[in-house]
Design a protein around this ligand. Structure first.
Ligand code: FAD
Length: 309
């Protein structure tokens, strides 16, 4: 039987539903909870507020799965504009970018080369500002191409980060390969609906895989980025950091904008490096649906807001 998560993620790919949801005024309220705003200025306002609370950021200009090279080039331009906007804030590595290669044309014919060509100047500009770029991870079919792009970028820009999804069986090998000095890896559970041939489907199995991968990263020589809101995983990361004698500046916790915000500030005040993933832009639909699919309570919150009164 299909889970409600699978149904929601599948339904989200239907253009008619997309048009209906995007057009609803109430959708706005739900979007505002998870997205910093539609403009770069909105995002920079959120960055300043988080920085004042001791929370670093990774900015995400929303967009994914572009269908033509011109739109892919606009993704590059938006990222370059974001870096220009960040420059006067002088936050250095405390404000980096996250990018989805599908927004840079990865899925187009010849897209692997195109996305590398378009993302390279973004990574170069980030390096010039003393900060980094992390490549988000999308559907399992894109992992090999994304890791090849990462390897190409790391030849010139070794600080470029990657995301690995604990739900995928292959990730056990991928974390081992990237638990090396200089590698920055954000470990997440995985937000995409994957077939049982490639991924754990049971939540307990995903959690167990996450804990195992976290152990490998924390024991290894790289810079682990613990991308989770799960209090058990954050506690485990802190225990492992103490056990392996990791300095406070040798790993970090990352959470999404609008989710467990008070905990982000609390952890930062307790001396843990914390970074919020701050999405902004008009193309928020895919991002929103993944947040709703992750948590039944979010879906209920959304459905309740559709009922007037
Ligand atoms: P869960 O077990 O799902 O949640 C634990 C607790 O966290 C919940 O009980 C709840 O209190 C809170 N919580 C979790 N999700 C939500 C939510 N949506 N709304 C409200 N509360 C919530 N996935 C990818 O596939 N690719 C990526 O590149 C990627 N990048 C990410 C970057 C960051 C910084 C983070 C934090 C997540 C990212 N994800 C990415 C999403 C990730 O894969 C999970 O889907 C998501 O983080 C939920 O898993 P969890 O570890 O927070 O634990």
């Amino acid at each position: 039987m299909l889970s409600s998560r699978a149904v929601l993620l599948a339904a989200s790919r239907r253009p008619a539903l997309r048009r209906a949801l995007v057009g609803l005024p109430v959708t706005r309220r739900v979007v505002d909870r998870f997205v910093a705003g539609e403009t770069l200025e909105d995002a920079l306002t959120a960055v300043r507020r988080l920085a004042a609370d001791g929370v670093a950021v990774t900015l995400d200009h929303l967009g994914e799965a572009v269908t033509d090279p011109a739109t892919a080039r606009r993704s590059r331009d938006a990222c370059l504009a974001a870096l220009e906007g960040l420059a006067p804030l002088r936050l250095g590595p405390a404000a980096e970018l996250s990018v989805k290669l599908s927004a840079f044309g990865q899925a187009l014919p010849g897209g692997e080369a195109l996305s590398l060509e378009l993302v390279r100047p973004v990574v170069a500009a980030a390096t010039g500002l003393g900060t980094t770029v992390t490549l988000d991870m999308e559907q399992s079919a894109t992992v090999d191409a994304t890791l090849r792009t990462l390897a190409a970028l790391r030849c010139d820009f070794p600080g470029t980060g990657a995301v690995l999804q604990a739900a995928l069986f292959r990730t056990a090998d991928d974390v081992a390969a990237l638990a090396v000095p200089g590698a920055r890896v954000r470990l997440v559970k995985g937000a995409y609906d994957e077939p049982p041939s490639v991924a754990h489907v049971d939540r307990d199995d995903v959690d167990a895989a996450y804990a195992r991968c976290l152990g490998v990263l924390m024991r290894g020589g790289g810079y682990p980025m613990v991308g989770s809101h799960d209090p058990r995983m954050v506690a485990l990361a802190r225990r492992l950091a103490a056990e392996y004698g990791r300095a406070a500046d040798s790993w970090e916790v990352q959470m999404l904008y609008g989710i467990r915000s008070a905990e982000q500030v609390r952890l930062a005040a307790a001396g843990v490096r914390v970074r919020a993933y701050v999405p902004y832009g008009a193309d928020w639909y895919g991002y929103l649906v993944r947040r709703l699919a992750e948590r039944p309570a979010n879906l209920r919150f959304f459905l309740r807001s559709l009922v007037p009164g």
